[in-house]
Design a protein around this ligand. Structure first.
Ligand SMILES: [Zn+2]
Length: 271
């Protein structure tokens, strides 16, 4: 391995990084790179019966379980779920987290998305990107000396502009790790999300069956990503291998981050 990469994924909620980037994160970890997940909020609005305090504690424990099974480190910022804004205090908080980790790559949400917290997370990262290297901003944490690569997670939103897949990667061989990461978020995938999405009646009662149900759902979702980005997969892996990819993750480059030559692409995406 020529360069040990430091990769940070910044989601709005505990589970967003796993959902959008879990398969790729597992690949980086398996290849000896370092991965940190950040949740910009503590996730304390994602439940239909629990209160905010109790829920924040449960969700913090769920992120610890993700770290234990996957090897990613996890930072949960204590901002209220549903209330995230791109104010200066939160931006400085995020700049400090990013600078301390000193990443080569940053993955996050796009700035158009159904969820206000996702949008604001994308905006906070976008606004932080140049300031990461400005010493007089957030001077208590030394500024970064290099410009990281910045990428957006895949999403299916179309307005005002649709996601453009600049790169798509197979996660066929790490999909099992990704589903196990998501399975750690029991308060979400087996409780809150079925309730808010009006599909509680489809949730099996037995734990093993719940896991299989989640596995099927996630494979279906990431198969749609693979199909949507098939051209990019074929470009990357060749006609035969590209067509055979079952599940994928895809990303769009931000023009505010470092741009990569073809040679560097192979270093930053070594799978
Ligand atoms: Zn979210």
């Amino acid at each position: 391995m020529s360069k040990k990469l430091k990769v940070i994924a910044i989601g709005a909620h505990p589970d967003d990084c796993e959902y959008c980037f879990g398969g790729s994160a597992a690949k980086y970890i398996q290849m000896g790179h370092e991965v940190c997940f950040v949740s910009a909020t503590n996730g304390n609005a994602g439940h239909q019966t629990l209160g905010r305090l109790e829920l924040a504690a449960i969700r913090a424990d769920e992120t610890k379980a993700v770290s234990a099974i996957s090897g990613v480190s996890y930072v949960v910022l204590d901002n209220d779920d549903g209330n995230l804004t791109d104010d200066l205090e939160t931006r400085d908080e995020l700049i400090a987290v990013i600078r301390r980790f000193n990443p080569d790559m940053i993955f996050t949400h796009r700035t158009n998305d159904y969820h206000t917290d996702h949008r604001h997370t994308g905006l906070l990262v976008q606004d932080a990107s140049f300031l990461l290297g400005v010493p007089l901003v957030c001077p208590s944490v030394p500024c970064m000396e290099h410009v990281p690569v910045i990428l957006s997670f895949y999403d299916a939103f179309k307005k005002p502009v649709a996601f453009q897949a600049d790169i798509a990667v197979t996660i066929d061989d790490t999909m099992d790790v990704k589903v196990r990461m998501l399975d750690c978020h029991k308060s979400q995938f087996y409780d809150w999300l079925p309730w808010i999405e009006h599909e509680s009646d489809q949730l099996p009662a037995a734990k093993d069956d719940q896991y299989r149900w989640l596995n099927d759902k996630m494979r279906c979702k990431d198969a749609a990503v693979a199909n949507c980005c098939r051209t990019k997969l074929v470009e990357r892996y060749g006609q035969d291998a590209g067509q055979q990819v079952q599940v994928a993750e895809a990303f769009e480059f931000s023009e505010y981050g470092k741009s990569l030559t073809a040679e560097e692409m192979a270093v930053y995406f070594p799978f």
